[in-house]
Write a protein that binds this ligand. Structure first.
Ligand SMILES: Nc1ncnc2c1ncn2[C@@H]1O[C@H](COP(=O)(O)OP(=O)(O)OP(=O)(O)O)[C@@H](O)[C@H]1O
Length: 245
């Protein structure tokens, strides 16, 4: 797409923990149809920044704007209802629910127990549609605990997208995946972006991040060190020195 529609702006984000400034004035714009990657060494402030955008971390200063609405004071739950969906580093599927029940939880933003409302035919039908969209119908009745890492991650993405997110945020999605599973996940993220969602990914696996991102922001010591296309970032000598080594 030529005209980029900005979906989310995080402006001048600062997060301090006591005397420690974990994020020192970082701004980012996420656009429909684009994947933005966030990378940097351990302790650079990536997770803190990420949590500040999703509402899981209170800001010291700065603001988060979704569309034209300032959501800075909304909880993570409130932001999720407006279309900011995320996955977590340690996953988030319920092991003793099936894939389709996990999706149904996503449809309901996890606010009700699954067993009761899954009986509602409408919810089951919508969950099946989500699975079909993500080519996961064949695992609909597998328990979360029985899914391999690659499928698990794809069901997590499907669940996050179940309620038609405007912004999808993924925290270390490639961790623990094989090369083939990473390639499958990269294709899924490409599809999500092509559908018009703005995607933000934080990831240590730099090859994966380079393969999925349109733009990458590199953080170091709580600040933005560099931003650019994967090609620009790969060959940037400061980034190589600070991180890629
Ligand atoms: N809840 C907290 N209380 C105090 N300090 C924190 C807290 N969370 C993070 N920090 C500190 O803030 C800094 C940034 O941490 P953060 O986890 O955001 O970095 P990161 O780039 O995500 O690192 P990693 O790649 O290891 O996950 C670190 O110095 C960390 O110790």
């Amino acid at each position: 797409m030529s005209e980029q529609q900005v979906v989310l702006r995080a402006e001048d984000i600062v997060v301090q923990f006591g005397g420690l400034t974990a994020v020192a004035d970082v701004s980012i714009e996420l656009s429909a149809g684009r994947v933005t990657g966030l990378m940097g060494p351990n302790g650079a402030g990536k997770t803190t920044f990420f949590n500040a955008v999703s509402g899981h971390q209170e800001l010291t200063s700065g603001r988060v704007v979704l569309g034209d609405r300032d959501v800075t004071r909304l909880s993570a739950h409130g932001r999720a209802r407006l279309g900011i969906a995320r996955t977590f580093q340690l996953g988030g599927l319920v092991d003793d629910l099936t894939a389709i029940e996990n999706i149904a939880l996503g449809l309901d933003h996890g606010s009700r127990m699954s067993g009761r409302f899954l009986r509602r035919r409408d919810t089951r039908r919508r969950a099946a549609e989500v699975l079909e969209r993500f080519d996961l119908l064949s695992v609909a009745s597998q328990m979360g605990s029985d899914l391999g890492a690659g499928l698990r991650r794809r069901v997590e993405v499907a669940r996050a997208m179940a309620a038609d997110a405007k912004v999808l945020m993924l925290d270390e999605p490639a961790a623990g995946l094989t090369v083939a599973e990473r390639a499958e996940l990269a294709a899924v993220l490409g599809d999500v972006a092509a559908g018009g969602t703005a995607v933000l990914v934080t990831e240590h696996a730099s090859d994966f991040l380079f393969s999925v991102s349109d733009e990458i922001v590199v953080m170091n010591f709580g600040r933005e060190l560099r931003r650019g296309t994967p090609e620009q970032i790969k060959s940037d000598k400061d980034v190589v020195a600070a991180y890629l080594g």
